[in-house]
Design a protein around this ligand. Structure first.
Ligand code: UDP
Length: 313
């Protein structure tokens, strides 16, 4: 297949490039580099089946030649990033999705949307299954991301229903691994950075809020299976092992041997209280897919990558 990945220089996008190239496909990565980085794809320079195009997908997208699939992964994805880039976040989820859908339609390509657990907002149903409609504050600081992704899902379904476009929607839950931007403000990079510098880990609120962390290779496997599946309606991909942020901080301090302890900081506005994917649908429609990398194994690989990039022993 000849595949376009928007956000191809981002954390998840770049791992998808690697995987799809390894599967024998031709990959075009597109990114405006506001939160992505060419460092993530530098190792692919010169690869005969790889091309990078520096472009903002909120503007008309031109790609020469045929395409078999468009994977729309471009977006700021950390709460700190969407506070810094609120308008770009809304634009890429809305205008960028429209452009990417239009391109897929023109090329008769399959379209896959990277959506998010944020469509469930601060969920009142636990764990979150795909039929839950969510509890989102449209005008809060996170609304720029949540509502853009909700719009993107609606637009994707409209293209499917109106134009018969082949579409897929993945709702991605917290994912981590090598190449996460060190200063993206999310809990995994923050804690690992702090731990590797002997600093106290900054737990927001009392740390009783929960998250469920999925290792990047498990996420990529789920996305690839979804791309090749027949499932049109959204599918959650994530790891159902849920823990409190305080437990997560303790795990990071244990794995890094950090003696810095923990400090408590104010909880951000609209921070979801709990989050755990219900992955029964993914198991059913994606040939028994489920996460296989344990938190300890995944964190060790991630910490190793951070040590290397930070140049700390
Ligand atoms: N968090 C924290 N300390 C940090 C960064 C984040 O306690 O230094 C918390 C944050 O308040 C949230 C959870 O960790 O409850 C996950 O935050 P993240 O920014 O990774 O993404 P989210 O899951 O909220 O989209």
């Amino acid at each position: 297949m000849r595949i376009l990945i928007t956000g191809g220089a981002g954390f998840i996008g770049s791992h998808l490039c690697d995987r799809l190239l390894a599967d024998g496909h031709t990959v075009i990565a597109m990114d405006n580099l506001i939160t992505g980085s060419t460092d993530n794809i530098a190792h692919l320079a010169g690869h005969p089946r790889f091309t990078f195009i520096h472009h903002d997908v909120t503007n008309y997208i031109y790609v020469a030649g045929p395409l078999d699939a468009v994977l729309h992964f471009a977006s700021p994805a950390s709460p700190v990033d969407y506070l810094n880039f609120p308008i770009q976040t809304l634009k890429v989820g809305a205008l960028g999705t429209h452009k990417a859908l239009g391109l897929a339609r023109a090329k008769a390509a399959r379209f896959l949307l990277a959506s998010t657990s944020e469509v469930y907002g601060d969920p009142l149903v636990h764990p979150q299954s795909e039929d839950y409609w969510g509890n989102v504050n449209p005008i809060g600081p996170r609304g720029v991301y949540d509502e853009a992704k909700r719009f993107a899902e609606a637009m994707t379904m409209a293209y499917h229903r109106t134009h018969g476009l082949q579409t897929r929607i993945v709702r991605i839950f917290n994912t981590y691994g090598p190449r996460m931007r060190i200063n993206d403000g999310r809990v995994v990079p923050n804690f690992i950075y702090q731990a590797l510098h002997g600093q106290p880990l900054t737990v927001y609120g009392d740390g009783s809020q929960t998250r469920s962390f999925c290792y990047i290779s498990d996420l990529v496997e789920g996305v690839v299976r979804l791309l090749h599946s027949d499932e049109v309606e959204p599918v959650n991909i994530g790891n159902p092992t849920e823990m409190t942020i305080l437990q997560f901080a303790e795990a990071i301090n244990r794995l890094t041997g950090n003696q810095g302890g923990i400090v408590f900081k104010p909880l951000p506005v609209d921070d979801p209280r709990q989050r755990q994917p219900d992955i029964r649908k993914a198991r059913r429609v994606l040939g028994g897919w489920e996460p296989v990398v344990s938190l300890e194994e995944g964190l060790r690989a991630t910490i190793e990558d951070f040590r290397r990039r930070l140049g700390v022993p």
